[in-house]
Write a new protein. Structure first.
Length: 455
């Protein structure tokens, strides 16, 4: 389920156009960013249609230079038969469905600015099958953006969404924290039951395990599936508070959660093939809301705001230690030289967002030997190093390494000739921009070791 929600969120936030402009003293490109699709809810039980907002931004590529203030033209004439547009203060309407919106300049170092926040509402008795596009163009100085568009459709159904909770930094291991978010239904039908999915990474613990939730432990943390029986009506919202314990091994943590209208099929899909254990604590409840009920199996209108991820970083360290090897053999032999990355803790290390290796190890073959076999996570450097006497190789660990755990990579060496005490340095690359080791490892001295042959 979380993969489906994340994919939908990414699709919903796709940039719809990249701009091109005429020749300019400084090479640059202007572009327009807007949702590629938006679903407008129809009327609810009281005959009211919820309003949706549509955020449009304008930006450029060459942030070393500034761009003067400009104008965004918005043409919503295709949706005239089924939707009403509310224009913000920075837009001057030319008609009910077309306006020119002024946006501010983009100083050097600024890649984008808000251009318009449009209000959209379905018209009374609009044809639910109707659809059309809002189209945009923009100019700023000598730059002209390539036209962009948002497809607008109508729909009846619930639309659950989660607000984005604030990231948390510098948490102290061994303390408690909370993630607070707002769950709202911006559709035109109520939800009888809600399926809530939670995931706390390995350095976090759920403070309470509710009886209407079931839990699953996995290598990178704990997941929970909760069935909430209270109805959530259109326009209603409630606060979702998750209490967490920051473990002694916490470092780069992450909390993910999502909501969906409940169905048996959605629950089974979320469970997958894993084993889930029911909680025994107090039930997690919502305040009941009376409203028009959704039809059985009715799907969420817009999945782009159903899933959120929150970063929770702890003030902690993890001491990685590199362990080399000593091997022996005669000329013509192939020997295995293991290289091990050991995490002495106290924290585990994980790159759950960027997906970077915990450690990348660099090495060369010792004198008199040739690398003839590497694990899948290893390979030669793409370009030979300047002045190097032998090719260099690298090996990458997985994206997480538990505290007091190790990961070993077996390098196959062919001994071409016996050189007594031949050795090669093995070391971690400590400045990977995605996960720099020196920011969490207090002792880089033990991040270097050797492969020694026939000592």
């Amino acid at each position: 389920m979380k993969h489906r929600l994340l994919a939908a969120a990414l699709v919903g936030c796709t940039l719809t156009a990249v701009g091109i402009g005429p020749a300019h003293a400084v090479s640059d490109q202007l572009w327009i960013s807007a949702p590629s699709d938006t679903v407008l809810p129809g009327e609810d039980a009281a005959g009211n249609a919820p309003e949706r907002t549509l955020a449009v931004r304008v930006g450029h590529d060459n942030t070393e230079h500034g761009v003067p203030a400009g104008r965004l033209t918005v043409d919503a004439s295709e949706i005239a038969s089924f939707a009403h547009v509310s224009w913000p203060a920075n837009c001057t309407p030319e008609s009910a469905l077309k306006a020119v919106c002024d946006f501010r300049d983009l100083p050097a170092g600024t890649d984008g600015v808000p251009a318009a926040l449009l209000g959209l509402r379905a018209l009374p008795d609009a044809d639910i099958a109707a659809s059309g596009h809002i189209r945009y163009t923009a100019t700023a100085g000598e730059l002209t953006a390539f036209p962009a568009e948002t497809r607008i459709t109508l729909g009846n159904g619930p639309d659950l969404g989660l607000s984005q909770a604030d990231d948390q930094r510098d948490l102290r291991p061994g303390t408690n924290t909370q993630v607070r978010a707002t769950v709202a239904n911006s559709g035109n039908r109520a939800v009888d039951r809600t399926l809530l999915w939670l995931n706390a990474s390995y350095g976090l613990r759920f403070k309470e395990r509710h009886s209407n939730c079931e839990y699953q432990e996995h290598a990178t943390g704990t997941s929970a599936l909760c069935v909430l029986d209270e109805a959530v009506a259109p326009g209603e919202q409630y606060t979702l508070v998750t209490a967490l314990r920051v473990g002694r091994n916490a470092l780069y943590e992450r909390f993910d959660h999502s909501v969906l209208p409940y169905s048996d099929e959605a629950l089974e899909e979320a469970r997958g093939d894993g084993t889930w254990t029911p909680g025994t604590g107090a039930e997690l409840d919502l305040r009941p809301v009376a409203a028009q009920r959704a039809a059985a199996g009715e799907e969420d209108l817009d999945l782009s705001d159903n899933y959120r991820a929150v970063v929770l970083d702890a003030r902690n360290t993890a001491d990685l230690k590199l362990i080399g090897s000593k091997v022996r053999g005669a000329a013509g032999d192939t020997v295995t030289a293991p290289v091990t990355v050991y995490n002495r803790g106290p924290a585990w290390v994980a790159s759950l967002g960027a997906g970077a290796a915990v450690a990348t190890v660099r090495f060369q073959a010792p004198e008199g030997t040739t690398v003839v076999g590497l694990p899948e996570e290893c390979g030669p450097l793409s370009e030979p190093e300047e002045g190097a006497s032998a090719p260099a190789y690298f090996c990458r660990t997985p994206i997480y390494l538990h505290d007091k755990a190790s990961y070993t990579m077996d390098v196959q060496l062919r001994i071409d000739k016996v050189v007594r005490g031949a050795r090669a340095t093995v070391e971690t690359l400590n400045d990977d921009p995605e996960l720099p080791i020196r920011t969490f490892d207090p002792n880089l001295r033990n991040n270097r070791t050797e492969i020694v042959v026939n000592r």
